[in-house]
Structures are given as C-alpha cells and as structure tokens.
Design a binder for this molecule. Structure first.
Ligand code: ZN
Length: 506
C-alpha cells in the first residue's frame, strides 16, 4: 500500500521532473543561441525562450506546490533531512518559499531592468561613458534592496541576495574569509610584482594552429574525465557549460590562433564544470539530490581542474611532449621550464576575466566590498567609479585609466546579479581546501598526474562531492570532507608553494 504521503511525494517529484524537462528544453534553446544561431533568428528565439521561461515560472509558483510541500515537510519522508526524500522536500520548499515572497510586480521590474540594463551597459562600455549607465545602475540597486527586504534577512540585506547563489552562506562569513585572504594575498602579489624574475609570456603568443588546438584541448578534457559520450565541446564567444539532460552536458570554448591560454585553460575550466554535472546522479535528474549545491561549489570544480591540476608542473610533465608534437613551430625548441613559468604568469592587471590565479581574488574582493556598500547606501552610485579606482590602487597597485577598463568591465550588475561575484573566490577557496584533502586521502597527486592518471582525483570528487547533489549545504560539505570550516589558508599555501620558487621569493 502506498501511503498518502508517498502518493503526494510522487506527485511532487513528477511535477519537479517535468519542470526540469521544460528547463532543459529552455537550455537547449539557450545553448543553440550562443553557439549556432544565425543573427536573423535572434528575435524569434527570444520569443520562444520568453514563452518557456513564463511556463517554467508558472509551474514553480504553482500554489499546489505550496500545499504539497506544507504537508510533506512534517511527514516521515522529511524526517531524515539528508535522505533523498528529505533533501527533495527541504530544497523544493526552500525555493518555493523564497519565490512566493517576491511580489509579481517586483519580479517583472527586476527582469525588465536587467534586460534594459545589459543593453545600456553595452553601449556605455563601448563609449566609456559611465554617466549614461548610472541611472540604470542606481535603479538596479534600488530594486535589489527591495528584493532583499521582500525576502527578509537576519543582519545584512546582502545575505538575502547571496543566498540565491550560495545558499545558506552568510555575508559575515564570506567577509571574514575574504579579508583573511586579502591580508595574505596583497603582500604576496606585491612581492611577485617586485620580483626581477619574469616569465617570457611571448611563448604563449606564438602561432598555435586552430585545428591542433581543438584536438589538444579535446584530448585533455577527455583525459581528465569529461565523457564525450554524454557531452560535447563547441565554440562560442563567451564560454559556458550547460546541462541539457541527464546524459547531455555541453561545454564551450573560444580559439585564438595567437594565444594558447584562452582555448586550452578555458576548456579545462568548462570541462571541470561538466565533470561535476556528469557526476550528478542520473536516476534522480530534475530533483535536488541530483542538482549542484551552489555556484561556489560548481566553480570549485572548474578551478580545480583549470588551476590546481592544469597549471601544475606534474600536469605539464605529462602533457608537454604531446603539446610539442601538436605545436612544433611554437614549442619544439622550447623548454618545459619556461613554458610552465609562462602559464603561471602572475601580474596585477585591470581586467578580471584575464587575471591570473593569484590576483583574480583581489578583483573579486573589490567587487564584493563595493556591491555591499552600494546595497546598504554607504556608497552612492555616482561615486562608484572613483571608489573602484581607489580600491584597484590599494589592492593591486594599479589604477584604471578609464571606466571601460574599470567599473564598466563586467556585465553582472547590469544584469541584476548582485551577490554573485564572491562565488568565484569561494570556488578558489573550496578548490584548494578540497584538493589538499584529496592529496591527504590519495597520496601524491602530482606523481599521479605526471603519469597521466587523473581518475583517482575524479573518482574522489565524484564520491565526496558530485553524488551528494544538494544533500548537504556547501558549508556542510566542506566540514564533512575536510573536517574544518572554510579557510583562506589552503589557497594561500597552494599559491605560495607554487609561486615562491618561480619568482624567487623566500
Ligand atoms: Zn566557471
């Protein structure tokens, strides 16, 4: 006999799976839009996607969901919060309760402003004209304040927004970890900037034929564990990873014939995201136990393969001979030492997306501090460019010459994404802390990488992180896996261990 609660639970799961099916369909349209769509088709595609987004929103705010979840939350099926049913009920309820707190008019206003904002931002950036973007940005932060108020928060309105990207995380905790990180990172970056040793980065700007890059990147993605029977690698302008179903993960990259890094490390990064998606449980596709836990944890997977693995000496001990064969003009006469130093070039720069592994986190810290100040009205939007430039001087020792290379460089705020930036640094922090633990559990990872063995780390990640989906929060995962709360120390140790010998620091 199926109990009443079980019947209700099955109904709930069926509903969630169908919503996921619609959502995956929307993702197919989105993937196609960003990789294949002819320009004239954009308008109709936007209509298709708006229609689907509306249907999905309607399903997610369906009042029956509230009734089912209300009843199931106190049922035996929810008693163990870490069981599949407990996780499903808790997480769906959490999402539903958040959604219904937002008035329809605010949701529409946020959507409209974000869509207009991206358009205005694009123009403003092209013309280096912050003033033309200022009113929209002010409006965006006003709406984000309203959103935080509607959602509710304990101490800081930023908590309510952060929760969308890093569920359960608190502003105070992120601020604590990032400020510890800053204290250690600013002197390290400045010591590197003052070092007389410099890699010859022109090695990476030689000619790397596109077809060979394609093959080399694809082969590396496969070797680290991306399953091409359940995914594809395609070309796009702004690389991303998207899931189109339980056995269909799409990663993308872009190629530059005269710069090795963008396609290769971009592919490792997206493959890292893809390996996480491919490690989620397929039989529960569309339900929270088979969904990624947070953006920060997702990013930890991409950063781990891109930086901790892909920029390690051992990785290149294994891959460099193939690289030399693939790119004989560029590399056949080049020493591995010099190539390895070049891919680990660290220098303060103005543009976040081009920043290296070490300075990247300072770019994030600046945005994290500024968006909090804007949200709480401690900083006026009109004063933002000056505040931005001052922080770049202070943390990175360089000052943008214009707003296009300064405050106008990112799309996030224009798109209404406030509270998103810290997840990038959280990703770096989680990655280092997980990696250090994997090394304790699995023995020397570098000797494995040098032999081309990436599966032990892949299996470890799948077992400890991927298969749990949303069973544990990000903070719980870190605690369970490493026995500690999140700390800046493993990331700093990783950077120091790698960079001090390269740059001759003591
Ligand atoms: Zn990423």
């Amino acid at each position: 006999m199926v109990s009443k609660h079980e019947q209700l639970y099955n109904q709930l799961c069926q509903h969630a799976r169908e919503t996921a099916m619609l959502s995956a369909t929307e993702s197919i349209l989105g993937w196609d839009e960003r990789t294949m769509l002819p320009p004239e088709a954009a308008e109709y595609r936007a209509e298709q996607m708006t229609l689907l987004a509306g249907m999905i929103h309607q399903r997610r705010t369906d009042s029956r969901l509230g009734d089912w979840l209300g009843e199931l939350a106190t049922s035996p099926l929810a008693a163990d919060p870490h069981s599949d049913s407990g996780t499903t009920i808790r997480q769906l309820k959490r999402e539903f309760d958040k959604r219904v707190k937002l008035p329809q008019s605010l949701v529409e206003e946020l959507t409209r402003t974000a869509s207009l904002g991206q358009h205005v931002w694009q123009q403003a950036r092209a013309n280096d004209d912050f003033a033309s973007f200022e009113p929209l940005l002010a409006k965006t932060f006003e709406l984000k304040r309203a959103q935080a108020e509607a959602l509710g928060y304990d101490k800081n309105p930023y908590d309510a927004l952060l929760d969308d990207f890093e569920p359960g995380e608190s502003t105070a905790n992120v601020a604590r970890v990032l400020s510890d990180l800053r204290e250690a990172l600013v002197p390290l970056v400045s010591a590197i900037a003052g070092s007389s040793r410099r890699p010859d980065v022109s090695i990476l700007a030689r000619r790397y034929p596109l077809e060979m890059q394609q093959g080399f990147a694809r082969d590396a993605a496969a070797q680290i564990g991306f399953d091409f029977c359940r995914g594809r690698l395609d070309v796009t302008a702004h690389p991303f990873c998207t899931g189109l179903g339980p056995h269909d993960c799409r990663i993308t990259t872009r190629f530059d014939e005269n710069f090795f890094n963008s396609a290769f490390f971009g592919t490792l990064h997206e493959a890292g995201h893809g390996i996480y998606d491919q490690g989620l449980r397929t039989e529960l596709y569309g339900l929270p136990p088979a969904e990624a836990v947070s953006l920060g944890i997702h990013e930890s997977q991409s950063r781990m393969w891109e930086n901790l693995v892909g920029r390690s000496r051992a990785f290149w001990d294994h891959f460099y001979p193939t690289a030399q064969q693939s790119f004989p003009d560029a590399l056949s006469a080049e020493r591995l030492d010099r190539f390895y130093f070049a891919v680990n070039d660290v220098r303060p720069s103005l543009i976040r997306v081009e920043a290296d592994e070490a300075t990247y986190n300072l770019h994030i810290l600046i945005r994290f501090e500024l968006e909090q100040a804007l949200l709480t009205d401690d900083l006026q939007v009109a004063d933002l460019p000056a505040a931005w430039n001052d922080k770049y001087s202070k943390y990175l020792g360089i000052r943008p010459g214009n707003d296009a290379d300064g405050v106008l460089q990112d799309i996030h705020w224009a798109a209404g994404l406030v509270g998103y930036f810290p997840t990038y640094s959280l990703g770096n922090l989680y990655a280092s802390q997980f990696f250090a633990q994997a090394e304790r559990d699995l023995g020397s990872l570098s000797s494995q990488f040098a032999r081309g063995e990436f599966q032990p780390l892949g299996d470890w990640l799948r077992k400890n992180i991927h298969t749990h989906g949303q069973r544990y929060s990000a903070a719980e995962l870190v605690q369970r896996i490493t026995g500690k709360t999140l700390s800046h120390a493993p990331l700093i140790a990783h950077l120091r261990n790698k960079l001090a010998p390269l740059y001759g620091l003591n």
